[in-house]
Design a protein around this ligand. Structure first.
Ligand code: GLV
Ligand code: MG
Length: 351
């Protein structure tokens, strides 16, 4: 038996630590906006980012040079005090360095001790199995107790190693602290030895081709999505565990169309949000991860046509039943969440 028993699962792991959540707090998390906290000029823009994004994340891991790790950590703690995140309702997260790095322990300790009351989620990179989550879980409980926190800090794993993908279900179920999982296409490509230098998106060499034409004319081909399998598996693992799946980074900042398509594919497959690496990508994520007003109107019609979700009806020639009522509810619930934050979309949904 490797998992905690049902009676133990929701007990705090340290005396004086807050009770774990039984249900995740209901939050709109369409984009997790990445900030390099060691750069003062960027830090100055944090209050504006807190208005624009659903979640702002202080990044301490990759993309932060080794000689700036401590400055980044100090910058993250400063960011925690720049906005009253809890009152405002914008998520405040940090991506710490990996468990096998010399920085992890100080990242977590200082963030919890100095900024724990503002911190919603710690993003843990390169998670390879439930054992990594158990370690973070126990450490967080000890630190929460020491800091006198009253609200548990949640954990978010990046799915970016072949080992992690092989154990994604166990990772999703490892702790009541698990908030969600993001795809990390750059590290995952490296870990799997995929032959690409791209960060997310398609690849011109990864495609299907039509059969030969009798007249010898050129055969139609189309790029395929190399991330389909991993995203699908991640979505199922998260769905099973009652946590949230996210797409991750899209590296080609200038290719807004490809970014939008990548985000949209993962939204349709079940992801609730994505990372944004540039303000341009905040706008794309907002558009993609909020339901389309026409879809919302149709979903509301389905819900009205089948009160209580029972029975059968035809709407515009399309069959509706218990299952489509549940599909419609996913869209309507998301529209309600978006409406509470975004008056423009609220108006579009009720027009
Ligand atoms: C993100 O961390 C990635 O490796 O893609
Ligand atoms: Mg990575």
């Amino acid at each position: 038996m490797t998992a905690r028993t049902p009676r133990q699962f929701f007990k705090p792991l340290a005396a004086g630590a807050p009770e774990p959540y039984r249900e995740l707090p209901i939050k709109l998390e369409r984009m997790i906006h990445f900030v390099p906290p060691h750069i003062e000029k960027v830090r100055a823009k944090v209050p504006g980012m807190a208005d624009a994004a659903d979640v702002v994340l202080a990044n301490l891991e990759d993309a932060i040079p080794a000689d700036a790790k401590e400055a980044a950590r100090a910058g993250a703690i400063e960011m925690a005090g720049m906005v009253d995140w809890q009152a405002k309702g914008t998520g405040f997260w940090s991506r710490v360095n990996p468990l096998n790095s010399p920085w992890f322990i100080d990242d977590v300790t200082e963030l919890v001790m100095k900024a724990g009351d503002q911190l919603d989620v710690l993003m843990i990179p390169k998670v390879e199995g439930p054992f990594d989550i158990h370690y973070c879980d126990q450490l967080l409980a000890q630190l929460e107790a020491k800091a006198g926190l009253t609200r548990p800090i949640l954990l978010h794993a990046i799915l970016e190693t072949a080992e992690g993908v092989a154990r994604v279900e166990e990772i999703a179920l490892a702790s009541p602290r698990m908030q969600g999982i993001s795809l990390g296409p750059a590290d995952l490509a490296a870990s799997r030895k995929m032959k690409t230098t791209r960060v997310g998106g398609g690849h011109p060499f990864y495609r299907v081709i039509d059969d030969p034409n009798e007249d010898g004319s050129p055969r139609a081909t189309a790029q395929q999505d190399p991330w389909h399998y991993t995203v699908a598996r991640m979505v199922d693992a998260c769905g099973m565990a009652g946590i949230k799946p996210f797409y991750g980074p899209f590296g080609d900042i200038a290719d807004l169309d490809a970014c939008e398509q990548q985000f949209r594919n993962t939204f349709l497959m079940g992801c609730v949000g994505t990372w944004s690496l540039h303000p341009n990508q905040i706008a794309i994520a907002k558009k993609v991860f909020s339901p389309d007003p026409d879809e919302v109107k149709f979903a509301r019609r389905i819900m009205d046509a089948l009160p209580g979700g029972r029975g059968v009806a035809m709407l515009d020639g399309k069959m509706q039943d218990d299952a489509t009522w549940k599909q419609a509810k996913v869209i309507c619930d998301l529209a309600d969440l978006v409406s509470a934050k975004d008056p423009e979309l609220a108006a579009a949904y009720s027009a």
